[in-house]
Each structure stands twice: as structure tokens, then as C-alpha cells.
Design a protein around this ligand. Structure first.
Ligand code: NAD
Length: 267
């Protein structure tokens, strides 16, 4: 069922999502780059996505660790598009997800995002599982020393094209997971466990084509959970969604949470 074929209005679909949230006991929210576009951070595959401007091949782990030129391009790109997104603020969709936690209606957020905006909106650190790491920190691949990415970017601004570890001279890499790099084991196992135990999975802003992250909503469906997808444009799981809303995450999610609060009798 989707918005176009269900014959239901957006208002009716929002009402149905709110009802599902109220009646569910373990809710997992799964988010992708699309939840952060309204904060001004481009996604990968949307019309203004990063891959319309940059070559994804430059961002494989293998290439980063073996090619100084690839590292220079990565840090150069960070300078142009500001990859640690320190100026960006959460939007209505992030705040709505944080509100679900306050209402006791959130088991966890499983996110593919690396921007830290769920935590900034008010979700507790232990409720956010970052499958693709983060772009706030960078780490030496040899000795494990860590710096805020902002600090490494200051070295880049000052002329270091391929910044090296000040302690051991090793390669410094942002903690975001690159293509070809394994997802963090602890977060991945926890995300699999939570997805398999939830009774409602709400996907927000993901095309669900990046694996293995996109397996999480599939685990939820296989375990009998309901699936809600709020995404502008197609996703790979549209055919199994119980409710499909093709619209902007910010407006939809704030309407959903407003309804939930009304139904729960909270302000
Ligand atoms: P994606 O780019 O494949 O899909 C994003 C989806 O969101 C698209 O279908 C797009 O049409 C939709 N969308 C865009 N704006 C929307 C809005 N306002 N409301 C609702 N839907 C909207 O992103 P993905 O599925 O997350 O997978 C790609 C990879 O992108 C992930 O691995 C993630 O790590 C990485 N990424 C993250 C960020 C970030 O941290 N903010 C930014 C870019 C890419």
C-alpha cells in the first residue's frame, strides 16, 4: 500500500501512523540522509545529492588508506562542503523523533547518518545506534588517537592537504564508515537485535538501498513488526510497507507526534 494507491489522504495516513505508535510497545525508528536534508545537509541520491557532484569511488576505504591523492581529495571536499556539518541544526523531524523518546514511545533510533543531529535534537546517546559511525570525530588508523574533526579541518585550512597523526605520523580518517569498510560490530549487533524485537519500525528519509544497513527494517518485517515508510521517492521496501507516506519528513513527523500527544492526552 502506498499514498498514491491507497486512495487515502495524507491526513488519514498521519492519523493511522499515530494510532500505530500509540498501540505499539517497542518502536524502532530507522533513519537515513533524507531526514537531514531539511537541515541543509545533502543526501547521496536525491536530486541535489552529493553523488551529483562527487565520485563515490573516491570514498572507498581501500582507496583512502592506499592513496594519498584520494585522502587529499577527501579533505579538500570536506573543506568545500564542510563534512562535519557543525553549523547544521536539527529540523522538525529530528525533534519529533526526540519527542517520541520523551513520550516513552521509542526503543531506539537506528541511523545511517553521521551528522549527530538526533542527539542534538534531544535523543539520549544510548538510544541512538549509528551504523555508519560519525563525522564529528577523526581517528589515527595506526595509534587510535582521536580529534574533533573540526580540529583536523583547522590543520587542513592551514595547509595540511593530507593531515597526519601528530603522535605517530599515521593516517587520520574521519570516524564515518566509508564504502568497503565494516560497520561497527557492537552497534550492528545491537541494531539487529532491536530490529528483530520491535513491533513497529518507522523508516524516515532512506531509499533503503545501502546494505547491510537496509537489512534492519527487513528483520523487523520478518519478525512480524508493522512497517511505516516516510520518504520522498521510492524505497526498496515500499511493497511490504503497511503505511507508505511519500512526503517531507519534517512536516509529516511533526503532525504525527502532535496526533500521538493528543491521543495520549499529553501536551
Ligand atoms: P539516500 O541518499 O540513499 O536516500 C535518501 C532518501 O531520502 C531519498 O530517497 C530522498 O528522496 C529522500 N529524502 C530527501 N529529503 C527528504 C525529506 N525532506 N523528507 C523525506 N525524504 C527525503 O540516503 P540513505 O538511505 O541514508 O543511504 C545513503 C548513505 O548516506 C548512508 O550510508 C548515510 O551514511 C549517508 N549519508 C548521510 C548523511 C548524513 O549524515 N546526514 C548525508 C549524506 C549521506
Amino acid at each position: 500500500m502506498n499514498q498514491e494507491t491507497s486512495g487515502k489522504t495524507l491526513k488519514e495516513l498521519i492519523e493511522e501512523v499515530a494510532d500505530l505508535i500509540v498501540s505499539s510497545k517497542r518502536i524502532v525508528v530507522f533513519t537515513g540522509a533524507g531526514i537531514s536534508t531539511e537541515s541543509g545537509i545533502p543526501d547521496f541520491r536525491g536530486p541535489d545529492g552529493l553523488w551529483t557532484k562527487f565520485d563515490p569511488e573516491d570514498f572507498t576505504y581501500q582507496r583512502f588508506v592506499t592513496s594519498r591523492e584520494a585522502r587529499k581529495r577527501l579533505w579538500g571536499m570536506s573543506k568545500t562542503v564542510g563534512l562535519s556539518w557543525t553549523d547544521m541544526k536539527p529540523n522538525a523531524a529530528h525533534y519529533a523523533v526526540a519527542e517520541l523518546e520523551k513520550l516513552g514511545k521509542l526503543d531506539c533510533v537506528i541511523t545511517q547518518n553521521v551528522d549527530g543531529l538526533h542527539q542534538e535534537a534531544g535523543n539520549s546517546e544510548d538510544k541512538v545506534l549509528q551504523l555508519h559511525g560519525n563525522m564529528q570525530w577523526a581517528k589515527c588508523l595506526s595509534c587510535g588517537a582521536r580529534w574533533r574533526n573540526e580540529e583536523v579541518m583547522r590543520w587542513v585550512e592551514a595547509g595540511a592537504e593530507d593531515p597526519e597523526c601528530v603522535k605517530c605520523g599515521g593516517i587520520i580518517k574521519p570516524e564515518g564508515v566509508f564504502f568497503g569498510e565494516a560497520m561497527p560490530a557492537k552497534e550492528t549487533m545491537e541494531a539487529e537485535r532491536r530490529s528483530s524485537m520491535c513491533d513497529l519500525c518507522i523508516v524516515i528519509g532512506s531509499s533503503l538501498v545501502v546494505y547491510p544497513a537496509a537489512l534492519m527494517p527487513q528483520y523487523a518485517v520478518q519478525s512480524g513488526a508493522k512497517l511505516v515508510i516516510i520518504n520522498e521517492g521510492e524505497t526498496s521496501l515500499d511493497h511490504v510497507a503497511d503505511i507508505r507516506i511519500d512526503d517531507k519528513a519534517g512536516e509529516v513527523m511533526s503532525q504525527v507526534v502532535k496526533k500521538v500527544k493528543k491521543k495520549l492526552g499529553t501536551k
